[in-house]
Design a protein around this ligand. Structure first.
Ligand code: 5GP
Ligand code: MN
Length: 350
């Protein structure tokens, strides 16, 4: 974790990970400085955005706005269905539905996207000769974009966003900090999965702007519609434990359908937090939640406590993620999906 940042004004020595070279940071700063302040700048995060995708994108957008950029738009592919807890994030007014994204912006910034499949039709912008900077932290990142700032050691994309803002000379304010804090808290499971003191150092800098972690946590993580709680009861109630899976390390899994969502009048995002109680099952190393997107198409969340490299499992099935948290899109029935996963667990024990 050494760096030569002492030579760069405004950057604290030792903060940048060796995973991103000085040349890459400098290229990103130069690409941003090269466009006029009134240029059309398109920010993009991944389909079905989570707190890190939206928080790092909007926090960075607000930083660019502080620098004077006036042509900012932020979007993500697919349905323009911003999860309710994120609708009041600072900078949310910059969000536009995918069809209103710029057709030929002068600069593209991409957040928390490990591969082109996570960009849907917006991936087409990458072939248009427009400079594209990618900020990400997935080990499975495919290297998309022209400048790739990918640090697999970072707990969240917001860690990378914070450093690039610092290198651009943007000072944190409460609005930027709220976005980056939401992103950090989301991808660390509310700071349960922290790997280095630098995460709490970043959190401390964010909190020092005056944001209220308690209020943010209650709003983002601890508030849900009554119907979402009832739905969770059903989905968790049908979980199955397979102690023999993953070489005897065990797997617990469940599924939720679009019919479940309709019955309880809920939006798909309410299913995303259900992996957390499932992963807490003591008898299983691996947790799986299979969530129906449209008829017969499923978004699959995989988690491990360390006994399996679920990123390798997800990559083998066309997805990606991290060693202990990954996902992919699948087809068929929930049983079909689980039948695809089980042999791959055996093949990727760690
Ligand atoms: P989640 O289960 O919370 O949706 O995702 C866990 C991790 O896996 C996240 O880092 C997310 O970016 C990644 N992930 C989830 N689904 C997919 C997918 O379909 N493709 C890829 N490449 N990554 C995914
Ligand atoms: Mn992330």
């Amino acid at each position: 974790m050494t760096s030569s940042s002492v030579t760069r004004p405004g950057v604290e020595p030792g903060r940048s990970s060796s995973a991103i070279t000085t040349a890459a940071w400098d290229a990103a700063v130069a690409a941003i400085r090269a466009v006029p302040l009134d240029a059309e700048v398109q920010l993009i995060c991944h389909v079905n955005p989570d707190g890190d995708a939206l928080g790092s994108m909007l926090g960075f957008a607000l930083g660019l706005r502080r620098l004077g950029f006036t042509g900012l738009r932020a979007t993500f592919p697919g349905d323009f269905d911003v999860p309710e807890p994120y609708r009041a994030l600072p900078g949310a007014e910059l969000l536009v539905p995918e069809p209103q994204a710029y057709g030929k912006p002068q600069l593209i910034l991409i957040f928390d996207v490990a591969g082109e499949s996570r960009l849907g039709a917006l991936a087409g912008l990458l072939d248009a000769g427009i400079p594209a900077i990618v900020l990400d932290h997935h080990a499975s990142n495919t290297g998309l974009g022209d400048v790739t700032l990918v640090d697999p050691a970072a707990v969240a994309t917001s860690v990378v966003a914070d450093e690039l803002l610092t290198r651009l000379g943007v000072e944190l304010d409460a609005e930027i900090a709220e976005c980056l804090y939401v992103a950090l808290a989301t991808d660390t499971g509310s700071f349960k999965f922290v790997r280095s003191p630098s995460v709490h150092e970043l959190a401390a800098r964010l909190i020092a702007t005056g944001i209220s972690p308690g209020d943010i946590a209650r709003r983002i993580f601890d508030t849900r519609p009554f119907g979402a709680m009832k739905l969770a009861g059903e989905v968790l109630g049908r979980a199955i434990l397979d102690p023999a899976a993953a070489g005897g390390r065990g797997m617990v899994w469940t599924y939720a359908t679009t019919a479940d969502l309709e019955r309880h009048h809920q939006r798909p995002y309410v299913l995303d937090s259900l992996i957390d109680p499932v992963r807490g099952v003591a008898e299983a190393d691996v947790a799986v939640v299979v969530k129906e997107l449209t008829a017969g198409e499923w978004s699959v969340s995989l988690r491990s406590k360390g006994g399996v490299d679920v990123s390798a499992v997800a990559v083998a099935l066309g997805g990606g993620g991290h060693r202990l948290a990954a996902g992919f899109t699948a087809y068929g029935t929930p049983d079909d999906v689980i039948a695809q996963i089980v042999p791959l667990l055996e093949a990727n024990l760690s």
